[in-house]
Design a binder for this molecule. Structure first.
Ligand SMILES: Cc1ncc(COP(=O)(O)O)c(C=O)c1O
Length: 402
């Protein structure tokens, strides 16, 4: 489908639909008249086939206790093979409502209070909350910016493993917010460090389907299989980010290792008795069976929006730096050469350009002056954001708008 047709078919006005992104602006940003480009969900509806499958299930009208349908596994496995060249055994798969809940549960199950957990900032900020909320200790190994983009600092990471007694590493792959899709080599190196120092790894792969042209996603499972590391690896992912289904509460935890699986099953039997979401599963099956073209077309829009930023915003305001977007639909911009303080960023981007975005300091204390922009919307919205920023820049630089 052409980009314009996709937008025509799937873009929705979301104000007054109880959307966190659109209807919580006053609460979150103190101003309801902002253009919302924050939080990672999309302004596009799920594929038509998913909507049809949901309608059909709703017509049935009974939403009693449910089983996981047999074809869930084949639909999901087919998708994994087609899109990620990764396969799984049905017994590995556990369901949870959302990935964040899964991560809270996994931390509780596999670590003790006071244990040290390592993450790589700037990173999805609920990782910090889940470690602190559960009285574990946060250890960090920052990603580093190099002329060829963000890299893992593997020397520093190893030093942190040597100097601390790290129990768990939470990997973000692809990485939110910097947009990196980790290469097989990078994954091999970091997983082999975890293997060497006996560190359990949770790979949060919720963005694994959102991969831009020229890149391919490698799951930690693929690497761990080859390195005999499956016993120490857990993967989380979901159809929610890919197909915009977050509120249908259906996400996956993969536990390939038998020991970890048994430990988790025992923990679940004591602490976790949530049922599955029948609508979440109906939607996932339809999406996995028929959502290929929809995803391809969606990614074309993300790519187009990214190019708009590159062409128009960077041309007009060359002080802004934009990280290469390899995966996710989240653009990461460095405004530090443009605006000197955090207050300037808020004043410029939010108060003047009227944009609700994610601030860099949410992801790391060292990325003040960065912002994250959600590109999963119609290009007109990204164009508006760019126009507003350029307008403010003209005022800042004392021009008259010519
Ligand atoms: C890396 C990462 N993990 C988890 C989530 C949240 O997923 P869920 O809604 O399933 O908790 C997000 C959302 O942006 C994310 O970026």
């Amino acid at each position: 489908m052409e980009t314009a047709d996709f937008i025509q078919t799937y873009y929705r006005e979301r104000k007054q639909t109880d959307s966190l992104k659109w209807d919580a602006l006053k609460e979150r940003y103190g101003n309801e008249n902002l253009l919302p480009l924050w939080v990672a969900d999309m302004d596009f509806s799920a594929p038509s086939s998913v909507q049809e499958a949901l309608k059909e299930r709703i017509e049935h009208g009974i939403f009693g206790y449910s089983l996981v349908p047999e074809n869930y596994f084949s639909a999901y496995d087919g998708w994994q093979k087609r899109h990620e060249q990764t396969s799984f055994q049905p017994e590995w798969l556990h369901f949870t409502s959302v990935v964040v809940q899964g991560l809270y549960d996994l931390i509780t199950c596999f670590t003790e209070e006071g244990d040290q957990i390592i993450v790589q900032p700037p990173v999805y900020y609920p990782f910090f909350d889940m470690i602190r909320d559960q009285k574990r200790q946060l250890v960090t190994s920052n990603l580093v910016e190099t002329p060829s983009g963000y890299q893992m600092d593997l020397v520093h990471f190893e030093r942190q493993l040597i100097e601390n007694d790290i129990k768990l590493f939470i990997l973000c792959s692809p990485h939110n917010p910097v947009g990196r899709v980790w290469s097989k080599e990078e994954l091999k190196t970091i997983l082999s460090l975890c293997q060497k120092y006996g560190v359990l790894v949770i790979s949060d792969e919720i963005h694994s389907d959102l991969i831009l042209t020229g890149k391919s996603f490698v799951s930690a499972v693929t690497v761990a299989k080859e390195a005999d590391f499956l016993d120490q690896l857990i993967v989380c992912n979901a159809p929610s980010k890919t197909f915009n289904l977050a509120s249908l509460l259906n996400a996956h935890i993969w536990l390939p290792g038998e020991n970890l699986r048994k430990q988790y099953q025992k923990w679940e039997s004591l602490h976790h008795h949530t049922g599955i979401s029948v609508l979440g599963q109906v939607a996932a099956i339809a999406a996995y069976e028929t959502g290929d073209d929809w995803l391809r077309d969606l990614l074309a829009i993300v790519e187009e929006n990214y190019q708009l930023l590159q062409r128009q915003l960077l041309n007009a305001i060359p002080e802004i730096k934009l990280s290469e977007l390899q995966g996710t639909y989240l653009a990461w911009l460095d405004l530090r050469d443009w605006l000197s303080t955090e207050a300037d960023v808020k004043n410029t981007v939010q108060n003047q350009a009227k944009l609700a975005i994610d601030y860099g300091e949410w992801f790391s204390s060292e990325t003040k002056g960065f912002i994250r922009i959600n590109l999963a919307t119609k290009s007109e919205n990204i164009q508006k954001a760019i126009t507003n920023l350029i307008e403010v820049d003209r005022k800042l630089k004392g021009g008259n708008g010519e």
